[in-house]
Design a binder for this molecule. Structure first.
Ligand code: PLP
Length: 370
């Protein structure tokens, strides 16, 4: 019999970040310091109005509710309407989560999926979709096309537009086809909309947009994070919204599991969702960093694919991504290799826009000197 310890982690892939430790050390040895563009972690301060809201309930000792305050859910409904044109969501069909990574890692299990169930994730994908499916003991299929699942009906289909890592935006038509396919087969669609508010070219739409779902949210879940758009990664703040029955089921299971968001974070989220100015300001910062980095990468001979939205430049020099990683490390720049995001993704590196203006300018200078 296998020892109990290690049974669950053995279901999971090796932690990929360990594989870039050596290249990180090389980049960090640059005399002018490391420019770390490998992770999408915010670096700009949390807006004052959010910090005030966090503090405003700091003296309250009681347990928060798993469903969150009515104010929070109403603010989420209004923000979705104002910012993205999402209509028809009732506040009861919104559920706050302790950061969306937590929800994604647990979603297949929360939905009761297990052995014999199929979870479809994008070909090149944020790694936690696969992790959540494996933790539930479900099968994983990487597919961007709908026909690839063959006769087997998927239980859960993930879409991620705008995508991490590629920055690709799926057009309305594509999303409509996903919804039609899922309806026909009774599958659930989980749409990870972490970067919806960070679109630079074209238009990204929610799965709950009436143009996509005709106002029918059955079997649809939209997952929204405040980590990137409101710099709240450290607070752990996100929510899921959509099909009222599915949200009620998630709420029921999460209530029993004690998966509630701390009240000060709920207050901070309510403030963040009620104010668009801090978001617009943050978007402008990223837009100018994107311009600087994109030009410098192109001048240095990189090709940038997709990247119409989101916080990454999906970049290639037409060689293996580990070779590009080493080339960047010589210049004191750390990126994430494409092979972190899928087995057929070895020719790109993911370069994040989440560094200070000073570090982005330094990266651009080093690239221009090459
Ligand atoms: C596509 C995608 N989904 C979800 C997350 C998780 O965000 P959080 O847990 O901070 O809400 C990330 C974070 O990088 C992401 O890139």
């Amino acid at each position: 019999m296998r020892p109990r310890r290690g049974r669950v982690s053995s279901l999971l892939p090796d932690f990929p970040w360990d594989t870039i430790a050596a290249v990180k050390a090389r980049a960090a040895a640059h005399p002018d310091g490391l420019v770390d563009l490998s992770v999408g972690t915010p670096v700009d301060p949390v807006a004052p109005l959010i910090r005030v809201a966090l503090n405003s309930v700091a003296e309250l000792p009681g347990y928060p509710t798993t469903h969150g305050t009515l104010e929070l859910r109403a603010a989420a409904v209004e923000a979705m309407k104002r910012r993205f044109g999402i209509t028809g969501v009732d506040q009861s069909a919104v559920l706050p989560v302790i950061g969306t990574k937590e929800l994604i890692a647990g979603l297949p299990r929360l939905l009761g999926l297990g052995a014999g169930d199929l979870v479809v994730i994008p070909e090149v994908a944020y790694p936690t979709y696969e992790v959540g499916a494996l933790l539930a003991g479900a099968q994983v299929l990487r597919a961007d096309g709908l026909t690839q699942s063959g006769p087997q009906t998927p239980a859960l289909i993930y879409v991620n537009s705008p995508s991490n890592p590629t920055g690709r935006v799926l057009p309305v038509d594509h999303l409509r086809k996903v919804v039609a396919f899922a309806r026909e087969r009774g599958a659930i669609v989980a749409s990870d909309e972490c970067y919806l508010g960070l679109t630079w070219e074209g238009r990204a739409v929610s799965i709950l947009d009436p143009e996509v779902c005709d106002g029918d949210h059955t079997n649809l879940l939209a997952i929204h994070s405040l980590s990137k758009t409101s710099n709240l990664a450290s607070y752990r703040a996100g929510f899921v919204a959509g099909d009222p029955e599915l949200v009620a089921e998630l709420l029921e299971v999460r209530k029993h599991s004690g998966m509630m968001l701390p009240l000060p974070i709920q207050a901070a989220m309510t403030a963040a969702l009620s104010d668009d100015a801090h978001e617009a300001q943050q978007r402008e910062l990223y837009q100018s960093r994107r311009e600087i980095l994109r030009n410098a990468l192109r001048d240095a001979g990189f090709r940038i694919d997709h990247s119409e939205a989101g916080l990454y430049l999906w970049s290639t020099r037409g060689e293996n991504c580990r070779t590009t990683l080493a080339w960047l490390a010589e210049r004191g720049i750390l990126a994430a290799p494409g092979d972190f995001y899928g087995p057929n993704s070895h020719e790109h590196v993911r370069i994040a826009l989440t560094a200070t203006d000073e570090r982005i300018a330094t990266a651009a200078r080093r690239l221009s000197a090459s």
